[in-house]
Design a protein around this ligand. Structure first.
Ligand code: SF4
Length: 352
């Protein structure tokens, strides 16, 4: 984290920036936008010879980030209106989202929360306590998603405190830790961190713990990232992966197939494939919905159900996530529905 590249000069020296990237970085800095940040680990995975390298474009700003579209929204998921108490978003009856920190190790140019991430202010200890106290008073809430920012940017002591505090909420079944650290700085998964997570799991009656990783491209699965996933799973923490579908990064079938196969082999189950949200300046990353659905539909013939994530769209305005896939049902008659198999052939299945 200390060695992360955070200025135009550092990034220029490391990658050799284009004029477009240089002026985008300067303009974003002047506007006080999402900060710049690239960890040495992620930098080491970037192919410097390729100006459109799929890892580079995720963390190095380009001019397109400064071109707003009429669909862009400052708060695409309407989270600010759904904050029950500061830093706690209560959208679905049974789940809450804790924005535990505004910090990330590197900053993704497509970030949904770029209105706040990296700039804060993040919650104080008192506000974290008030957020968990709110959950305590809501017996219908079964899941707490700890995100931000990045949940693993909480130090071990703070994480241990948070886990101990949520264990005092009897109706919580599940705690999920959402992090991109396994891609950006997988060395965060230390023996000490594993010790904190194991200590939680060893308490009888503790909520189940899941780790939500975020890998977008197979090259992010560097040996250190694979070792981090294995250490978590071996310690008894199931890993579920989220991927954001991004133009120029992973919008090709072979890239997604390679990513989801590798994740499955690592025991990090592909969980969600997200359509890119309407955050400001992200139009260049967005894949048109019809194209995205066709792409996801084409994965079924290549991958088993274990490896195909659910393709989801967060309906703008805080209306929640919906799963979207190409319908396999192409028609029906009095007796049967007509279904299309993964090779495109049609078959009939009785209605009763
Ligand atoms: S790691 Fe997540 S929260 Fe942080 S910048 Fe990337 S997408 Fe946003």
């Amino acid at each position: 984290m200390r060695l992360a590249l955070r200025s135009r000069a550092e990034l220029d020296a490391a990658l050799g920036l284009s004029d477009d990237e240089r002026s985008a970085i300067d303009a974003l800095a002047a506007a006080g936008g999402l900060p710049l940040g690239v960890t040495p680990h992620f930098l080491s995975l970037i192919d410097r010879a390729d100006a459109n390298d799929p890892l580079r474009v995720q963390v190095v700003p380009r001019g397109a980030e400064l071109s707003p579209s009429s669909w862009d929204r400052r708060d695409p998921l309407g989270e600010e209106e759904l904050e029950a108490v500061p830093f706690l978003v209560h959208r679905y009856p049974d789940r809450v989202l804790l924005l535990a920190t505004d910090r990330c190790a590197s900053y993704c140019r497509f970030c949904t929360r770029k209105r706040w991430v990296g700039r804060g202010p993040g919650p104080s200890a008192h506000e974290l306590e008030a957020a968990v106290a709110y959950v305590e008073g809501q017996p219908q809430v079964r899941e707490l998603i700890v995100s931000g920012g990045d949940a693993l940017l909480l130090g071990d002591d703070k994480l241990a405190w948070l886990l101990a505090r949520v264990r005092r909420v009897p109706h919580l079944d599940v705690v999920r830790l959402a992090t991109r650290m396994l891609a950006f700085a997988p060395m965060r998964v230390t023996r000490q961190l594993i010790g904190v997570l194991r200590a939680h799991l060893e308490v009888q009656g503790a909520p189940a713990l899941y780790l939500l990783s975020h890998f977008n491209h197979p090259r992010e699965l560097a040996p250190a990232a694979c070792a981090a996933v294995s250490a978590l799973v071996d310690a008894g923490v199931p890993v579920l992966n989220q991927t954001v579908l991004l133009r120029g990064v992973n919008d090709r079938r072979e890239v997604l197939v390679a990513l989801f196969r590798a994740l499955t082999r690592l025991r990090a189950r592909p969980y969600y494939l997200h359509q890119c949200d309407l955050a400001p300046g992200t139009e260049a990353f967005r894949v048109p919905l019809a194209e995205a659905q066709a792409l996801v539909g084409s994965l079924r013939g290549e991958l088993s159900g274990l490896s195909v994530p659910t393709f989801v769209v967060d309906v703008p305005g805080g209306l929640g996530k919906v799963a979207l896939s190409q319908s396999a049902q192409v028609g029906d008659d009095d007796d049967a529905v007509v279904l299309r198999g993964f090779r495109g052939e049609l078959g009939r299945y009785p209605k009763r």
